[in-house]
Ligand binder design. Structure first.
Ligand code: CAA
Ligand code: NAI
Length: 709
């Protein structure tokens, strides 16, 4: 019939199977092919109803996002809207039943809403995730969804973008029947039941739309919530506007309003940035010198060394993915503390309804503890998370080399130490790799996978694949100090101190960045992690400082006073028993005194300068990392920042953001900071080259996976 659909019959029921791998996205021609198949069946007298189902692992995952990029970059100008096609399906004189497995997302769920009935496999998920791309549903979803599920639920789904499971979707009327067992057989049986009955059209319904009086308070609350929760972002408010239009305008006019709002969002910088983030996150798994077909090492059991903050969190991550874990510590009390912390974490998840108690009990059964290395021989992989000192790491790896079986992967969660130096303690450096999780490990999505000089390709391929199984975004980075994320973060937090030393209040520094879009300000982040952490790093690596370069001094003084941040109740801010922050009146006189002693001239500093100093410090270091080959692509660095450092996705990551500002302008500003503040602001060579040649980070790509130190 077409490359995109197959047409078959089960007696009086027609079956249209959409087949557009990998995710049945609505690429050009797919919706047209579905409509042609539906119309073909209308003419077949023997057919009483049609089932629409997806081939492969999922129903339709939405519009083809690549086409949006073509539109906004001017590569195509035609209208790719599918609304008229969906109307044709809805107007069919014979009922169309959608059978959903995997995901029905975005345009996929909009297709389903235009059909007359929806059945779904028990483990399917349906959602309108468009806000994750900075847009709103654009094929009638904001008009049909509220008619099916009511205003409040439609707002929830369209503003959070979170998909819901079949059982929940059935509760609020989006799914007509959950099918246990064979989906197609269940859908065909359902189609036979409803054949010949009146055909419901979603667009003609209004029973769940409420009255203007009832709705006014709902929309006002939704807007207030969206402004707070999605600070600076336009698409959530646009989604609410479109849903409100559904309650006030006839269906056709509502769709026109939806389309207007959709276009505004799609052509915004925010959407372009979020679509970049979507593709960058998927691009990270493509490593030039590691072919996709390279065999991976089966990882069916993991041993973790060190049951502290990170070891415990990583154990939960593995157990949540169904991988049995052996957790080792030298200290029985540490093991008890580790297991206790896990239980508390899981209890919170049960209370919040995220997990059931039965699920948690199953996970905890997967975690065994030990004080010795006896059972390590069975582990396919080890993740070391002991204290951050090189002699200890070396000792542990020498021991692992002795006790682990041949072929086991030996990884370290170190955040600063040299992977090659650790690997040199073993007889198998090809098995050694960095697995740098972020804290809290069971929450943060980012995982930096650190490639040593001799790390084997199968080991890298295995860790990249394992990161997906663990629910993480694994990004391959090179073995430099701080790897990628923390190496860039160091100048960022240093610059925040400089700004305070020059006269900005700590609150002003943090506020400027939060207003700009960061989840927290840099000084508050320091307090959260503990000011002593960076203090120790500064002391340990003093010899690596740029000679003659300016050094920050304020945080050292705070640490020396015992103000370590949240854990001691005071740092840049003071904290109550619930760790709520407030301004500390002790800070201004302390800063004034220390600054006066140092002689740094004081001045007024604007929010604009604060943001430029902070964000361009990330950009300049990011450019240096790219030019040195410690990251494969600018998009990898952006992925690290969005997933590990709460950089706003709607700004695309530091390097994407720099591209949107214009690299010439970023470079000029970095040069200005260099003149004013000295050696630390020396512009990265790559930034200079791209700025002067009119290039962008997005278009720069390394051709080899050069990632050694
Ligand atoms: N368009 C184009 N490509 C898509 C796509 C889409 N909607 N969804 C996924 N892909 C591609 C990915 O880029 C990836 O390609 P590569 O293998 O070349 O990297 C491939 O499909 C597989 O994707 P994942 O690696 O993400 O696979 P997964 O199994 O982990 O996840 C998924 C599957 C849950 C469907 C996930 O891909 C996903 O969430 N996709 C996006 C869904 C979405 O946002 N839909 C809304 C689109 S906007 C819209 O529909 C607007 C409208 O109103 C019409
Ligand atoms: P932690 O101090 O909470 O835990 C370390 C644990 O290792 C302790 O329980 C200790 O008893 C145990 N240990 C020490 N020697 C051992 C040995 N020979 N065998 C078995 N166990 C031993 O430390 P944390 O914070 O969990 O850090 C662990 C590693 O993770 C470090 O390398 C750190 O740099 C890294 N990391 C830490 C992050 C954080 O935010 N805490 C973030 C990312 C990485």
């Amino acid at each position: 019939m077409s490359d995109f659909v197959r047409l078959t019959k089960d007696q009086d029921i027609a079956v249209i199977t959409i087949d557009n791998p990998p995710v049945n996205a609505l690429s050009p021609g797919v919706t047209e092919a579905i409509v042609a198949a539906v119309e073909h069946m209308e003419k077949d007298d023997r057919v009483k109803a049609t089932v629409l189902i997806g081939a492969g692992k999922t129903f339709i995952a939405g519009a083809d996002i690549k086409e949006f990029v073509k539109l906004t970059s001017g590569q195509r100008q035609d209208d790719i809207g599918i609304l008229p096609q969906l109307l044709k399906i809805e107007n069919s004189p014979k009922p169309v039943v959608v059978a959903i497995h995997g995901n029905a997302l975005g345009g996929g769920l909009e297709v389903a809403q235009a059909c007359h009935y929806r059945v779904a496999a028990a483990d399917a998920r349906v959602g309108q995730p468009e806000v994750n791309l900075g847009i709103i549903p654009g094929a009638g979803g904001t008009q049909r969804l509220p008619r099916l599920v009511g205003i409040e639920q439609a707002i929830e789904m369209c503003t959070t973008g979170k998909p819901v499971k079949t059982s929940q979707a059935a509760q609020f009327g989006l799914i007509d029947r959950a099918i246990e067992g064979d989906l197609l057989a269940g859908a065909v049986a359902f189609a036979r039941e409803i054949a010949g009955k009146p055909i419901p059209k979603t667009r003609e319904r209004s029973d769940k739309l409420g009255t203007p009086e009832e709705n006014a308070a709902i929309f006002a609350a939704a807007r207030e919530n969206a402004r707070k929760k999605y600070h600076n972002q336009i698409c959530q408010l646009a989604a609410i506007d479109a849903i409100e239009a559904a309650t006030k305008l006839p269906f056709e006019q509502g769709c026109e309003e939806e389309r207007r709002l959709f276009d505004t969002c799609l052509y915004s910088d925010q959407s372009k940035a979020q679509i970049h983030v979507f593709f960058a996150e998927r691009e990270v798994s493509k490593i030039p010198d590691i072919p996709k077909e390279l065999p991976v090492i089966p990882v069916n059991s993991i041993a973790i060394v060190g049951a502290g903050t990170m070891g415990g969190g990583i154990a939960m991550v593995c157990a949540n993915a169904g991988v049995p874990v052996l957790l080792k510590d030298t200290d029985p009390a540490a093991l008890d503390r580790g297991i206790g912390a896990m239980r508390r974490n899981y209890d919170i998840s049960v209370k919040r309804g995220r997990f059931t108690q039965a699920y948690v009990d199953e996970r905890m059964k997967l975690i065994k503890t030990t004080l010795g290395y006896d059972d390590f021989v069975n582990a396919d992989m080890v993740i070391e998370a002991v204290f951050e000192t090189m002699p200890l790491k070396k000792q542990v790896f020498a021991e692992l080399d002795r006790v682990c079986k041949k072929g086991a992967i030996l990884s370290s969660n170190t955040s600063t130490l040299n992977i090659d130096e650790i690997a040199a303690m073993t007889s198998r450096p090809e098995a050694v790799i960095g697995m740098h999780f972020f804290s809290p490990a069971n929450v943060m999505r980012l995982l930096e996978i650190v490639r040593g000089r001799r790390t084997g390709k199968e080991v890298i391929a295995t860790c990249m694949q394992l990161s997906k199984k663990l629910g993480k975004v694994g990004v391959l980075v090179g073995n430099c100090r701080g790897f990628v994320g923390n190496r860039m973060f160091l100048p960022y937090i240093r610059e925040a101190q400089f700004l305070v030393e020059e006269g900005a209040a700590p609150e002003a520094v943090d506020k400027a960045l939060v207003d700009w879009g960061m989840a927290m300000g840099p000084l508050a982040v320091g307090d959260l992690g503990g000011l002593d952490v960076a203090y120790r790093i500064r002391k340990e690596y003093k010899q690596l400082e740029t000679p003659g370069a300016r050094q920050p001094f304020l945080e050292d003084r705070l640490v020396e006073m015992g103000r370590l941040g949240q854990k001691t109740g005071a740092g840049w801010y003071k904290y109550d028993a619930e760790r709520r922050a407030s301004s500390d009146p002790e800070i201004p006189p302390l800063v004034k005194k220390w600054v006066a002693e140092s002689g740094v001239p004081q001045r007024q500093i604007s929010a604009e300068e604060i943001v430029a100093r902070e964000i361009y410090s990330l950009v300049n270091e990011g450019a240096r990392i790219l030019e040195e080959g410690y990251a494969l692509r600018a998009g990898d660095i952006d992925t690290i920042y969005v997933n590990g450092y709460a950089f706003p996705a709607y700004r695309g990551g530091p390097l994407w953001y720099a591209d949107t500002v214009g690299l010439k302008s970023v470079y000029d500003r970095v040069c200005e900071f260099h003149r004013q503040h000295g050696a630390l602001w020396e512009p990265a060579r790559m930034l200079k080259e791209l700025a002067t040649s009119g290039g962008t980070f997005a278009n720069f790509q390394r051709v080899t996976a050069q990632a050694t130190d």
